[in-house]
Design a protein around this ligand. Structure first.
Ligand SMILES: *[C@@H]1O[C@H](CO)[C@@H](O)[C@H](O)[C@H]1NC(C)=O
Ligand SMILES: *[C@@H]1O[C@H](CO)[C@@H](O)[C@H](O)[C@H]1NC(C)=O
Ligand SMILES: *[C@@H]1O[C@H](CO)[C@@H](O)[C@H](O)[C@H]1NC(C)=O
Ligand SMILES: *[C@@H]1O[C@H](CO)[C@@H](O)[C@H](O)[C@H]1NC(C)=O
Length: 401
């Protein structure tokens, strides 16, 4: 068949360019044609619409998918949008999807990072899933990722998602749901899809008696080298695999921003989390504790040196609230941020009440960059520890007669 022939020629082209695998073998970095720079054959396009299911090398598409050229207007009245990686990207219309088979290590954890941009002024969601080979796609749970708030001045945001591989070969799917969307041509544009193998949450212990996993946030999703905007970690349910091992991002539709030392001031190590949407998002972790143990939670609060100014009296300082089940109240750390970096430590002492203790961190205020873009920003948190010591049993008084 002509389409098959075209596909073979496209594949040969890719093979000659050194991209040798039939399906992507998941090492850290971009998926095969993850930036969509290998174009579909013109014979499988009608205008910008991709008509062939297998037209885009290494990907399979369903539904209305458009192949976007950087700098070209998307339609009357639309903005011209430069794409984050290379010069091409895909727009997923209502109910459209794009998928790729991945070779992974069975039982291992992976995070996927992708860039997305909203194109219509309406709430958009992407549904991400992995279907194990031979699995039933309809029965595979998917995760909703809200593409609603724009967090960067460019209009493009990088998002992270994670999964545990149930099989050695899985199909990774980005699906644009068609719920509540009026215009079928509306839909997010996606680009720069990359993957990273994560350490299992249990292998990210802090040492030194720290009960928290990944308290220093050193383990986390792939940050595309050169991107200065970090990676957004969307909200998740308790049973979801977190791209930030150990931690859960709790929110209805807002995110936490994962940042790197290459582009931001981080209090310790190479990574930290910037809390960019006030109290709408909390970082949560639950650990085993011994009831009655004396616990001390410590954490760093600082500013990311990203021009996020929160300096009294004109602008209230950044405030990070720490809470724990069993604690009498919360502790708030105030950080008067000049947007130039720096950090301080906060401490919350309490007695563990149950055999599980949940620690929570959130920012209680909203901040925007000092530039005129109105970009959301906030305090960075890092190096969170929870150390609990069992109190010696109360000394028994000798009963007198
Ligand atoms: C594109 O498709 C046409 C028709 O199917 C075919 O003749 C041509 O070789 C294809 N080109 C490439 C680069 O695959
Ligand atoms: C291309 O799309 C237009 C509408 O946008 C449609 O009228 C036309 O039939 C399509 N051509 C083919 C070959 O599918
Ligand atoms: C995402 O997929 C789930 C099924 O796994 C479905 O219940 C949900 O409605 C989907 N969300 C969207 C926005 O399509
Ligand atoms: C933890 O406490 C609950 C009741 O508060 C109890 O049902 C459960 O068995 C306890 N778990 C462990 C591991 O001690």
């Amino acid at each position: 068949m002509a389409a098959d022939g075209a596909r073979r020629v496209a594949l040969l082209f890719l093979l000659l360019c050194g991209a040798a695998a039939r399906h992507a073998s998941a090492g850290d970095g971009a998926l095969l044609n993850g930036n969509f720079e290998y174009p579909p054959n013109k014979s499988q396009m009608n205008g910008t619409t991709v008509t062939g299911e297998h037209a885009i090398p290494y990907w399979r598409i369903t539904g209305l998918v458009e192949y976007i050229d950087s700098g070209k207007s998307l339609g009357p009245g639309d903005m011209v949008l430069p794409v984050p990686e290379g010069v091409h990207a895909l727009r997923l219309g209502n109910g459209a999807s794009v998928r790729q088979q991945l070779s992974v290590t069975r039982g291992a954890y992976y995070s996927v990072t992708f860039s997305a941009s909203r194109t219509c002024a309406q709430a958009e969601w992407l549904n991400l899933s992995v279907v194990p080979i031979g699995g039933d796609e309809a029965a595979t749970p998917a995760s909703d990722i809200p593409i609603q708030t724009v967090y960067s001045a460019s209009g493009w945001d990088s998002y992270a998602w994670a999964f545990r591989a149930e099989r050695g070969i899985v199909t990774f799917i980005i699906h644009h749901g068609d719920e509540g969307v009026d215009d079928p041509a509306c839909g997010p544009i996606v680009d720069a899809v990359a993957i990273k193998k994560l350490r299992a949450p249990g292998d990210t212990g802090g040492g030194g008696g720290n009960l928290l996993r990944n308290g220093d946030f050193e383990e986390g999703p792939y940050i595309i080298p050169g991107t200065a905007c970090g990676v957004l970690v969307p909200p998740m349910d308790e049973d979801d695999v977190s791209p930030l091992p150990g931690w859960m991002v709790m929110s209805y539709s807002k995110v936490a921003k994962y940042v790197d030392a290459a582009h931001y001031a981080v209090p310790g190590g190479a990574r930290a989390v910037e809390l960019v949407v006030g109290s709408e998002v909390a970082l949560v972790q639950e650990v085993d504790t011994v009831p009655g143990a004396a616990c001390r939670m410590e954490f760093s609060v600082g500013d990311a040196r990203d021009g996020c100014v929160a300096c009294a009296p004109e602008l209230p300082p950044m405030r990070v609230v720490a809470a724990a089940t069993g604690a009498q109240g919360t502790v708030t750390v105030e950080y008067p941020s000049r947007g130039t970096g720096g950090h301080m430590r906060g401490k919350l002492e309490f007695t563990a009440q149950g055999n599980r203790t949940r620690v929570v961190l959130y920012s209680s205020g909203y901040h925007t960059m000092a530039d005129t873009t109105g970009t959301l920003c906030g305090p960075v948190v890092d190096d969170v520890s929870l150390v609990c010591a069992c109190k010696p049993p109360p000394t028994r008084r000798l009963l007198r007669r």
